[in-house]
Design a protein around this ligand. Structure first.
Ligand code: CAA
Length: 259
């Protein structure tokens, strides 16, 4: 598969680096990007020489969410029946070797959810996390309402999902969303350092440690994610979803009519 929306390279002969690469859309996550990301992760996972993977974006944006331009016109039949937008999003959870998110700039909506699907997050001091879907007349659709409360607790997760405010890197570290914060210039060096350390250990022990920590974190998560997905998809039958996304596309304030 030739990649158009991601760049893939190997560092130190054992770390697979995937860089999201849709700069004009701030790395907004469309179906093509998610297909390519899933393909690259699966190939690295199957490659015995690779011990750890890293997903990163640009200095300005890790990813600004699912692609609003692509989904603005979707209705319930597209979102639910076609499984557009969120298809393939669980691929990353099936990867057995560790995946680190190296986040600089915006990690919003699906971007925050993608970072949270990774095993841990190393943030640059420029990072900003948020779940602003409420502004579009929908809710998070790729695990945000399930993973964020587990990571930062109910109060902060509610605050972020209901007010759409962003959390900076310092707050994210304090809240336990990210494991380390470093200056942007050091982000890849720090992340690569961690990935090389992991790659030096037994792959079997590393996979077992990952699986075991996820067991603690993910009890009944799948039910929660599926529940959330059905609500997200159902919101594509509302006028407010059309209004919220049209307002974003046309750079105007949204006027929600609650129907
Ligand atoms: N989808 C598509 N395009 C996007 C995008 C997105 N999620 N986010 C940004 N872009 C595009 C903008 O439309 C803009 O394109 P043009 O130059 O062609 O107009 C370009 O990226 C740069 O964006 P801005 O001009 O808006 O840059 P800014 O610095 O003023 O603001 C921002 C940056 C705060 C990230 C703002 O772009 C923004 O709020 N983006 C949307 C964030 C969002 O709502 N994400 C959630 C999406 S829904 C979702 O993810 C559902 C899910 O759970 C699966």
């Amino acid at each position: 598969m030739a990649y158009e929306t991601i760049e893939v390279r190997v560092e130190a002969e054992k770390v697979g680096i995937i860089t999201l690469n849709r700069p004009k859309q701030l790395n907004a996550l469309n179906d093509q990007l998610m297909d390519e990301l899933g393909d690259a992760l699966k190939k690295f996972d199957a490659d015995k020489s690779i011990g750890c993977m890293v997903i990163t974006g640009s200095e300005r944006a890790f990813a600004a969410g699912a692609d609003i331009g692509a989904m603005a016109k979707y209705n319930f039949a597209d979102a639910y029946g076609g499984d557009y937008i969120t298809r393939n999003w669980e691929t990353i959870r099936s990867i057995r070797k560790p995946v680190i998110a190296a986040v600089s700039g915006f990690a919003l909506g699906g971007g925050c959810e993608l970072a949270m699907m990774c095993d841990f997050i190393i943030a640059a001091d420029t990072a900003k996390f948020g779940q602003p879907e409420i502004k579009l007349g929908v809710i998070p659709g790729a695990g945000g309402t399930q993973r964020l409360p587990r990571a930062v607790g109910k109060s902060k997760a509610m605050d972020m999902a209901l007010t759409a405010r962003m959390m900076d890197a310092t707050e994210a570290e304090r809240a336990g969303l990210v494991s380390r914060v470093v200056p942007y210039e050091k982000m890849m060096e720090e992340t690569l350092g961690a990935a090389i350390i992991i790659s030096g250990f037994s792959q079997l022990a590393v996979m077992a440690a990952k699986e075991s920590v996820n067991r603690a974190f993910e009890g009944s998560l799948n039910d929660g994610v599926m529940f959330e997905r059905r609500l997200f998809q159902a919101l594509f039958s509302t006028q407010d979803q059309k209004e919220g996304m049209d307002a974003f596309m046309n750079k105007r304030p949204a006027n929600f009519t609650h129907q």
